[in-house]
Design a protein around this ligand. Structure first.
Ligand code: NAG
Ligand code: NAG
Ligand code: NAG
Length: 507
């Protein structure tokens, strides 16, 4: 007979394992942000759902990407704008970089096309107008909030319900990451966001870096004006950016020290750059055929990301002209009007399996807007890049890769057809670019834990322990006192008691 004695202990064992698995299952509230940000955050949320947690996603009814199906509870709230409004404001913003370059927060503020931010900032007002939804969120006792800080709503929600939070982001506008985490950022070697400087700055650049820092302290609260008004309304007390950002328990930052330069960090900052990289899948037949037909020269992959749909005609023709002058086949993801001078080596497609194409051994170069997702796909697959940064962190990403010899950055405003042609020929023919990106690739992939597992671990950690106050520096208690004369806004006044506990249960 089969050893019957085994079944008893075995089922007990299985039982224990299961209870063990479920004992840690918790309730997580997710406040995402629309657009490309969601692509990777979704992979973390999906994994948390698979691990048995009760996950509730709260999102605006109007959205580009958030409607994609999720195997968990999704609660929507109505917005004060339509999808057409969102598209129009975003197009205005996305087309602006082809006309002027945003190199500091000041330029961003005076740009006439930043209404898209106010649109997003208004979301939280809509969420809290939905009394039934707020009641539901209050009654469901969540263990933590997992949020994208971009539209600040997740930060407001975490504060309103006094829940510990895990922030998921490439970085934070202005100086609010340093302030929110109380993390030093010496101006002598940590370049400010948007500056496009490397960590080895000339004297002139360091002066510019100081001025950029000053500008942030002077102007950033104007940028967040609507967000802070909404937050103050909801929380019924004057709210500063410091109040919102400093509530964070753990920062999951989509970067690492292969992309970014070494700098001081805090114990509650966790680096998960490359979380979007996936094992390559076999290519669809259509793309395999293009690659087969490309011969010994191979292919170049060209995409300005999912958010850029149209390039001004003159610029598109210059680009098309340059692409026609290289022997490689170019696969260009572009949904705008077909340039009339498109050469016969260039194939326009509405969509391409970017990561799988970059993983193909015949791919010679990647032309990218240098968004962090694309940059990491380039790093993971070891493909040298020609970068055309447009907005946000793209300029800084491009500068980092260029400094490391893994690509060439072009200024989309000033570049000529010849510049693009030369840059492509350089990254394809000069072996150093390939060697450098391969070195970065092997450094990036040599790690003890995969970024997705690390992200899941820290969200669960915060859920299990109801926060991570032991990782909070005491500097928060003195946040109203220290940090020099620049702290003109966003700090608690000197006279208020500053020894507030991280969370209500902590004393
Ligand atoms: C969704 O979750 C339920 C229960 O957790 C499971 O039975 C079902 O197979 C899942 N569906 C998908 C598409 O993953
Ligand atoms: C491409 O080439 C490979 C290897 O020669 C071959 O196996 C494959 O069938 C080809 N694919 C297409 C779509 O022509
Ligand atoms: C593509 O165009 C070039 C020059 O314009 C020409 O020499 C070549 O034969 C063309 N190739 C194909 C496949 O049509």
């Amino acid at each position: 007979m089969a050893p019957a004695g085994w079944t008893g202990p075995l089922s007990l064992c299985v039982c224990l394992l299961l209870t063990c698995g479920f004992a840690h299952a918790g309730k997580l509230l997710v406040v995402p942000m629309d657009g490309s940000h969601w692509f990777t955050m979704q992979s973390v949320v999906e994994k948390l759902v698979l691990r048995g947690h009760e996950v509730v996603v709260v999102r605006p009814e109007v959205s580009w990407q958030l409607g994609r199906s999720l195997n968990c509870t999704v609660k929507t709230y109505s917005t004060s704008y339509t999808l057409e409004d969102q598209d129009r404001e975003f197009m205005a913003f996305a087309n602006d970089p082809w006309k002027r370059q945003i190199r500091s927060i000041f330029f961003l503020l005076v740009s006439p096309y930043t209404r898209i931010f106010d649109l997003f900032f208004s979301n939280c007002r809509s969420l809290f107008k939905d009394k039934k939804l707020v009641e539901y969120l209050k009654e469901t006792s969540f263990d933590a909030v997992f949020l994208d800080p971009f539209d600040t709503c997740g930060l407001i929600v975490a504060k309103y319900f006094s829940l510990p939070s895990v922030v998921f982001s490439r970085g934070i506008f202005c100086h609010y990451l340093e302030e929110g985490a109380q993390c030093p950022a010496p101006l002598s070697y940590v370049p400010r966001g948007l500056s496009g400087f490397s960590d080895a700055m000339t004297f002139k650049e360091r002066v510019r870096n100081h001025i950029a820092h000053l500008e942030e302290h002077l102007f950033c609260h104007y940028f967040f004006k609507t967000a802070l008004e909404v937050a103050s309304e909801i929380l019924q007390t004057p709210v500063t950016a410091y109040d919102l950002f400093s509530h964070t328990s753990v920062w999951l930052l989509r970067t690492d020290f292969v992309l970014d330069d070494p700098r001081p960090v805090m114990p509650n900052m966790v680096f998960i750059g490359g979380i979007n990289c996936k094992q390559g899948k076999p290519l669809p037949k259509e793309f395999e055929a293009y690659i087969n037909a490309s011969g010994e020269h191979g292919v170049v992959i060209f995409s300005l990301g999912s958010m850029v749909s149209e390039i001004p005609e003159k610029k598109a023709m210059e680009i098309a002209d340059a692409l026609g002058k290289i022997p490689q086949t170019v696969l260009w993801r572009y949904t705008g009007t077909r340039p009339s001078n498109l050469a016969n080596n260039t194939i326009l497609v509405k969509w391409l399996p970017q990561n799988d194409l970059l993983g193909h051994p015949k791919t010679r170069a990647f032309i990218t807007h240098s968004g962090s997702h694309g940059i990491y796909e380039g790093i993971c697959n070891g493909v040298p890049m020609v970068m055309m940064p447009l907005f946000g962190d793209q300029m800084d990403n491009a500068k980092r890769m260029e400094t490391k010899g893994a690509g060439i950055t072009l200024n989309v405003l000033e570049m000529t057809s010849e510049d693009l042609e030369n840059a492509l020929k350089a990254v394809i023919n000069d072996k150093s670019y390939k060697e450098n990106i391969m070195r970065l690739s092997s450094l990036h992939k040599d790690r003890p834990v995969e970024p997705l597992d690390l992200a899941v671990f820290w969200v669960e950690f915060v859920m299990r322990h109801k926060g991570a106050p032991h990782l909070r520096p005491a500097a928060h208690r003195a946040a109203g006192l220290g940090n020099g004369f620049l702290s003109v806004e966003g700090r608690m006044p000197l006279s208020t008691p500053v020894l507030e506990p991280a969370y209500p249960f902590m004393t």
